[in-house]
Design a protein around this ligand. Structure first.
Ligand SMILES: [Fe+2]
Ligand SMILES: [Fe+2]
Ligand SMILES: [Fe+2]
Length: 472
């Protein structure tokens, strides 16, 4: 028993020893292997040709990005917004290629200060720019990336091989797009139909439009098309920029008129203040409606223009400033914005520009009329103690120009006009209040609450009396 027990005890440690030795060797082997994520890392000396090729690739992609942004600007200047859209999306793809290639160089020990910078692009006509882009893309996918890929594979740099393979596939599609746009450059409807929206694959950088959009996944990198980044030519149009300028102008006008109203009140010119307040509300509505269109076109809510600090002078100076601003708006600004919006086919913007143009003309007339009669207190009292703002177009009327039935700018019935009146003109007033129709309902609610409280209290008092009588 004892001997056999001893034998058994001796045999087990031998097996465990062998097992432990094997385990130690295996663990030592695993621990000395480099982590998987650093598989392709090393230094310039490990992949000498690929290292140089990555630098050439970053330089080429950086130049292409700068060139395409400049070509996009030229296309915009030519009114070829869909071509500008294609250049903008493709520029973003080239930047991503450059960024990813640069990441690999940094991992191989490149000095961050050595990142290639863009060469100044040579900008020609849009037809020439499209040809230059096509030639560049064709060179990249047939020669440059083709060779770089073979070399990276031969040197065993899988990270570089991956980005070279994806970029090669993307550049081939870029070349096809530029070729297609060149063929159809004089066909405005085709460009509008196919390139008003283009899509960039966020992984490989391929750019698609209606005519070559994949059914499901990107044919270059297999990413689902739900991940594609969309680019709309709407944001590149002149109307988009004009809407921003209009919101800025209206926002400034609103702030200025509110400040001018305060100055007029301080001067005791309550009827002038009344006109400024009603007109300020009209300008705010113009700004709000224009901003709604921008949001629908994809503007960032954080980018809404804010008011510039108004320069307040004497009331005579303020009236002149207001007249000049309104005159510029209806004769120059909105006139041009309307023509451009119609030409670009933005009917929403054209509508608001047309209404604002009509309203500003009436605003200008009011400020002119008040300036002429500024020293005639009775005229101001008679004509501007009550003013009316059209809630649709923002035209402002007073006794002297109130339409008989409908607003001549937008045809809304005058029953819908919002009334602004000097609160107590007889006593010299002090404030002007817009009668928006909300004030009466607030008053009504307050009065009816009061009546209910009185009735309620009476009932309580009566029932107490009854209880007292019953108890006695
Ligand atoms: Fe490209
Ligand atoms: Fe306005
Ligand atoms: Fe105006």
């Amino acid at each position: 028993m004892r001997l056999s027990n001893v034998t058994v005890v001796r045999r087990i440690p031998d097996k465990i020893l062998v097992f432990l030795l094997v385990l130690v060797f295996v663990l030592a082997g695993v621990l000395t292997l480099p982590p998987i994520s650093l598989q392709a890392a090393g230094t310039k000396d490990d992949y000498p040709l690929t290292y140089d090729n990555l630098f050439d690739a970053v330089q080429g992609e950086t130049n292409a990005n700068a060139a395409y942004l400049a070509f996009a600007q030229k296309a915009k200047d030519d009114g070829l917004f869909q071509v500008a859209n294609l250049f903008t999306a493709t520029a973003a793809a080239e930047k991503k290629h450059a960024d990813e290639e640069w990441e690999i160089l940094l991992a191989l020990g490149a000095d961050p200060a050595d990142r290639p910078v863009a060469g100044a692009p040579t900008v020609g006509t849009t037809a020439q720019n499209l040809q230059a882009a096509f030639d560049g893309e064709t060179y990249e996918y047939t020669v440059m990336y083709d060779g770089f890929l073979a070399t990276a594979q031969a040197e065993g740099n899988t990270d570089a091989a991956r980005i070279f393979r994806l970029a090669k596939g993307a550049e081939e599609i870029h070349a096809g797009n530029f070729s297609n746009v060149t063929t159809n450059l004089s066909n405005a409807n085709y460009l509008k139909d196919n390139y008003s929206v283009v899509y960039r694959c966020p992984v490989c950088g391929a750019v698609y439009s209606k005519n070559n959009l994949p059914a499901a996944n990107c044919p270059v990198c297999n990413v689902a098309k739900a991940n594609f980044v969309a680019y709309s030519s709407d944001v590149l149009t002149q109307t988009y920029a004009n809407l921003f300028a209009a919101v800025q102008g209206e926002t400034n006008a609103n702030a200025a008129y509110l400040a001018f109203a305060q100055k007029a009140k301080d001067d005791g010119l309550f009827q002038v203040a009344n006109l400024f307040l009603a007109t300020a509300a009209a300008e705010k509505k113009h700004a709000d409606e224009e901003w709604e269109i921008l949001l629908a076109l994809g503007a960032d809510p954080a980018d809404r223009p804010v008011a510039a600090a108004p320069v307040v002078g004497t009331t005579v100076e303020n009236l002149q400033t207001a007249f000049d601003g309104e005159t510029y708006e209806y004769t120059v600004m909105y006139d041009g914005f309307l023509t451009t919006a119609q030409a670009e086919g933005n009917t929403d913007a054209a509508r608001i520009f047309r209404l604002a143009k009509g309203a500003e003309e009436i605003h200008a007339g009011n400020f002119s009329n008040v300036t002429t009669n500024l020293s005639n207190a009775n005229y101001l009292k008679d004509n501007y103690s009550v003013v009316y703002r059209c809630p649709v177009c923002g035209a402002v009327y007073s006794k002297n120009n109130l339409p008989a039935a409908n607003c001549p700018v937008c045809n809304v019935a005058k029953a819908n006009f919002i009334v602004y009146q000097v609160s107590s003109p007889g006593s010299g007033g002090g404030t002007t209040t817009p009668d928006t129709g909300e004030t009466p309902s607030v008053l009504w609610m307050t009065m009816s609450s009061f009546v209910l409280i009185v009735i309620g209290s009476s009932c309580v008092a009566v029932s107490r009396k009854k209880r007292v009588l019953l108890a006695s």
